[in-house]
Design a protein around this ligand. Structure first.
Ligand code: NAP
Length: 325
């Protein structure tokens, strides 16, 4: 790798936001470099059927969709680097993107599209059944549980929102929370507690997700009452984990501003951050929508912002040279 070459744009992350940024940057002739990260393709790589991404009337598998994004970006001169970013040095320009392999990339502009990671409970069965009834996204997967019984784990706003949303599809939603008090805002709690399709199981933790014996289909959740220690099985067809997301901001946590939940902040109606030349896109700054299509839209915005910013810099440089002459 030619580390000393200064790239116009380095994109950190290869989910829908990063790869859409690459498509737009590539078509702007910026020859983008995408650093794949530890999970190339992002969260869609663990999603089976995607039925809400426009343009695919029959749905598409998450990994297949990401492969198409990748090919499309490749067509416009995107280079992929199979590595993870360990730090970003913005103290001087060009910026230096340090990689796990101890290589680095130099960039005039950087787009941070490192995504967010859904928090999981950490059970073996949860991992095994992901995409087979276990999900961390009701908007993505709720539709598959029309007329069925689903459980939701969590007690914050996300859990309330997911539980309510799922009642549009499921015949019954069982919300399992590890305490008696919810962390969620009062209004969200009230919506859940007044919804006749939602039943709440308090003071309980899930110890195992049960399946059909072949590991192909969720059949229930084994829960333990934390006060009595009693175990019981709750039959269900779908199991939604809604205990929050963690934006992947470790590499920029000491250089960019974040909100109280750790999501990166940007200037209103744009992808500009506090640091000129550093842009953000996708779930790393968006806790509200968190959809592939919104992340892709944000990637497009970041690439357009970066292109315009680079053009302004080139004009400023040319102007300075004329003044010096
Ligand atoms: P959160 O507020 O951190 O809540 C996480 C919930 O999951 C808590 O109730 C927590 O229980 C539970 N939990 C955490 N780890 C667990 C585990 N291992 N096993 C079982 N339960 C576990 O996260 P969030 O709900 O995603 O919300 C994050 C932020 O986004 C908040 O600021 C929220 O207001 C905001 N948000 C807003 C909206 C909206 O306004 N429409 C929607 C979604 C999110 P404990 O309470 O016992 O800790």
């Amino acid at each position: 790798m030619d580390s000393e070459r200064v790239h116009k744009v380095v994109i950190i992350g290869s989910g829908p936001a990063g790869l859409t940024a690459a498509i737009y940057a590539g078509r702007a002739n910026l020859k983008p470099v995408v650093i794949d990260g530890l999970q190339p393709g992002g969260q869609l790589m663990i999603t089976s059927d995607v039925e809400n991404y426009p343009g695919f009337p029959d749905g598409i598998q998450g990994p297949e969709l990401m492969e198409l994004f990748r090919k499309q970006a490749e067509r416009f001169d995107t280079t992929y680097v199979e590595d993870e970013v360990v730090s970003l040095d913005v103290t001087s320009r060009p910026f230096r993107v340090n990689l796990g392999s101890e290589e680095y990339q130099l960039a005039e502009a950087v787009i941070i599209a490192s995504g967010a990671t859904a928090k999981w409970i950490g059970l073996e069965s949860e991992k095994k059944l992901q995409g087979k009834g276990v999900s961390a996204c009701a908007t993505c997967d709720g539709f598959f549980f029309r007329g069925k019984v689903v459980t939701v784990v969590g007690g914050g706003d996300t859990a309330m929102e997911e539980a309510n949303y799922l009642t549009h599809h499921a015949s019954k939603v069982i919300l399992i929370h590890r305490r008696r008090e919810f962390r969620a805002s009062k209004i969200m709690q009230e919506r859940v507690l007044s919804n006749p399709k939602i039943e709440v199981v308090y003071d309980s933790v899930v110890t195992e997700i049960l399946d059909d014996g072949k590991g192909q289909r969720v059949t229930g959740a084994r829960v333990k009452n934390v006060k009595t220690g009693a175990l019981s099985d709750i039959p269900c067809d779908g199991f939604f984990v809604a205990i929050g997301h963690e934006p992947n901001t470790k590499i920029v946590s000491d250089i960019l501003s974040m909100d109280e939940s750790g999501y990166l902040l940007h200037k209103p109606d744009s992808s500009y951050t506090d640091i000129p030349g550093v842009f953000v896109a996708g779930d790393v700054h968006d806790h509200r929508y968190r959809q592939a299509v919104t992340a892709a839209g944000a990637g497009c915005m970041a690439a357009i912002d970066a292109e315009r910013w680079l053009e302004e810099q080139a004009h400023l440089k040319a102007h300075d040279l004329i003044l010096q002459a």
